[in-house]
Design a protein around this ligand. Structure first.
Ligand code: GLU
Length: 516
């Protein structure tokens, strides 16, 4: 096999979706696995529906996923232009040649006439096809119609009546009955070329060796093959990827199918997780492993291993996978990744985060294992930033459950005086007291050179208070958590106490006492 060249050929008529992203990814992986070239071609012949905005969305989406092309927009290459709108003359040239060789013909039928013919065909042979009535017009008849200015389209003339075979790299050998194929339109009445024409010619001109795309294009593959054969060109290999199905095994819901890929980015899904997930839509790494990097996938990717049957898109699995990727991030990376969300929610500015990196990394570390997308973070950490806390229903219930709670809270607060708690963000100078955080047995140095109590020490102290008061530890921690966070769930309470800092802990316990 010669040098592999594959292409992703989106139409910029809307945003990049899951289906397109998977097609692009498979082309990219195949090209990389074969040491070939990955070309990005823009199928923008539909002027009315194409937009710059869609194009930018597609390019941004691919870049976000790390799907990098070798030739195409922004990259150039020897086979350009890479926009179909700039290749119009080439399509006309091919159509002219086909007309001359009687492999295509002008169709002067009005839409009504075509419809009538279809109905007749339907009755006669059960196939609602164009009845080919213009196919046998004599050259004189054609000239006469042209002279009258009757508008025409140009149709491809399907040759023969037998069966054609298409050897698909994924689907295997497929036979198609030529009698069931319409003499499809290549040029519209306004002279504009249609997809199958442009696509096949570009694939040939760009020396594409493999066409990898969605199953829905299979019949287009047959048309393109016939066209290329009629033009005496090499036909690329075809590989039609299995359909992406919803969890119920049925058609993917419109909501999922039409989700703008960049919405995932904007909600804070890690790009690597999506790439991993998309890779699994039709291909498997091995029997066990579900989490792998794109480089690892490229190392093993073979077209023949792509599944034939539809692949199920499971949103729960996507969420799980995102969570797994988030867990794997270093604290520094996680902080960097969620910073835009913290800033957007107005919890802190970039400068503030930069100035108290360790503290932020620590409050985030408490929730890193609990989130599946970055967007979930602000609501989990917002309580650290509030001056006035509101209690949710359950938290209030925990605070009001028994009469002894105010006494317990007071006793706990007093016990803190003998401990050294870091100051609260952002009022204190942060550097010195936030270096070693979430110590369980280690202690963090204080600005004055002493050491802060560790979360472990804070927990021990609280246990001692509970014991002294003769209550179970649970009775003690639930109201404290409610008073400090306004909620009933979250990371380890004494990590929170430690990170919340002295002033906020005090204020919150006092406010709770007041509220009670
Ligand atoms: N522009 C076509 C699409 O977006 C390309 C299909 C193909 O890969 O040939 O569906």
């Amino acid at each position: 096999m010669g040098h592999v060249r594959v292409r992703f050929a989106p139409s910029p008529t809307g945003p990049l979706h899951i289906g397109g992203a998977r097609t692009a990814l498979y082309n990219f992986m195949f090209a990389r696995s074969m040491g070939g070239h990955f070309i990005l071609r823009v199928d923008d012949t539909d002027k009315a529906r194409s937009s710059q905005e869609s194009l930018e969305n597609i390019l941004t989406g691919l870049q976000w996923l790390g799907i990098d092309w070798d030739e195409g927009p922004g990259k150039g290459g020897d086979f350009g232009p890479y926009f179909q709108s700039e290749r119009m003359d080439r399509y006309q040239e091919c159509v002219d040649r086909l007309l001359e060789e009687n492999k295509a013909y002008r169709c002067f039928c009005s839409p009504e006439r075509i419809q009538e013919g279809r109905e007749r065909m339907q009755k006669a042979c059960g196939l609602a096809m164009y009845d080919r009535s213009c196919r046998n017009l004599s050259p004189e008849e054609v000239q006469a119609k042209l002279a009258q200015g009757i508008p025409f389209t140009v149709r491809f003339a399907i040759q023969g009546e037998g069966k054609v075979q298409l050897q698909d790299q994924i689907k295997g050998l497929v036979e198609v009955d030529l009698r069931q194929m319409d003499d499809w339109v290549m040029l519209r009445a306004d002279g504009s070329p249609l997809y199958n024409l442009c696509s096949a010619i570009d694939d040939a001109d760009m020396e594409i060796t493999h066409i990898i795309r969605g199953e829905e294009h299979f019949m287009n593959g047959v048309k393109q093959m016939l066209l290329l054969q009629a033009l005496g060109k090499d036909v690329p290999e075809f590989a039609h990827l299995p359909l992406i199905l919803g969890k119920n095994g049925k058609k993917l819901s419109k909501r999922m199918a039409q989700t703008n890929l960049l919405d995932y980015r904007d909600q804070g899904y890690p790009a690597e997780a999506l790439v991993n997930f998309f890779t699994l839509l039709g291909w498997g790494f091995d029997a066990e492993r579900e989490i792998f990097s794109v480089e690892e996938a490229i190392g093993r990717f073979r077209l023949k291993d792509v599944g034939k049957s539809g692949s199920i898109l499971d949103e729960d699995k996507l969420a799980w996978m995102c969570g797994m990727y988030i867990r794997k991030q270093s604290r520094e990376d996680f902080l960097r990744n969620v910073t835009p969300w913290i800033v957007k929610e107005g919890l802190a500015s970039e400068e503030e985060i930069e100035g108290a990196k360790e503290w932020f990394a620590n409050i985030l570390a408490c929730d890193q294992e609990r989130v599946r997308k970055y967007e979930e973070i602000p609501s989990k950490i917002s309580h650290y930033f509030k001056n006035n806390l509101e209690y949710d229903k359950k938290a209030w219930k925990n605070l009001t459950k028994s009469e002894e709670i105010p006494g317990l809270l007071k006793a706990w607060l007093e016990s803190l005086h003998s401990l050294r708690l870091p100051g609260s963000w952002p009022r204190r100078p942060v550097e010195a007291d936030t270096q070693v955080l979430l110590p369980t047995d280690k202690e963090a140095p204080t600005p004055s050179g002493g050491v802060f109590s560790s979360p472990k020490e804070l927990e021990d102290a609280a246990r001692a208070v509970a014991e002294a008061k003769g209550v179970g530890f649970g009775k003690m921690v639930h109201p404290i958590r409610a008073a400090l966070t306004g909620t009933t769930m979250g990371p380890s309470l004494f990590d929170i106490v430690y990170l919340l800092g002295k002033e906020k802990v005090e204020t919150r316990i006092l406010s709770a006492l007041k509220a009670l």
